[in-house]
Design a protein around this ligand. Sequence first.
Ligand code: G3P
Ligand code: MG
Length: 233
Amino acid sequence: MQIIAHRGASGDFPENTLLAFEQALLQGADAIELDVFALDGELVVIHDHHLERTTNGSGSIYQYSLAQLQQLDAGLGQPVPLLWQVLVLTQGKCWLNIELKGADTLAPLLALLQRAEQQLQYDCQSLLISSFNHHLLAALKQARPELRLGALTACLPLDYAAFASALDAYSVHCDVSFINQQMVTDAKARGLKVYVYTVDAADDIARLKHYSVDGIFCNYPALSRARLQHAKT
Ligand code: G3P
Ligand code: MG
């Protein structure tokens, strides 16, 4: 079971910052999950489009220019990073799950991936692009069919993972509050990987190990790894 650092090592460091991503690497995470919005044609790494919870700014990010946003403090003096900076930081060190939050992220993502391939020789097929916005994922699949998609759900659908198959996704990403063995069995029968958010508690880790899920999104990657090793199935 893979350990995916949720917004970086966000339990101990300011979420979605380069510091949290560096710490996730130090804690031995297999992968890093992060959230992106589009601003001035660039992808910025932040979870909420309102700024109060994670920065010293206020209001919507859309009231800011990119230059203004980058002046804000996202915790411990860390700025809101560009996705580009995260690609540079993590290339060759771990795989990335990019969660598209803003509905206008598709064109900036396509441009950024092309730039990363040209300038960094980045292997975009190592990325996993996810969203709760399945229309966005369908459009991305049309534009770049070879990319790996992660279909997010916050519920337990009547037809289980059928929505992820319909998207030709690589994986289904489920809420720990709703996932059950039937969902995992259905997803695996469809050839999908199963990743579960957000999982830090020892009893959840043991239950998901018993279900044989493929990975968990954790706020405390090192602690979750230790709990996983000690969990009985
Ligand atoms: O991608 C998994 C998880 O991050 C989805 O929920 O709200 O933490 O972005 P959220
Ligand atoms: Mg997320």
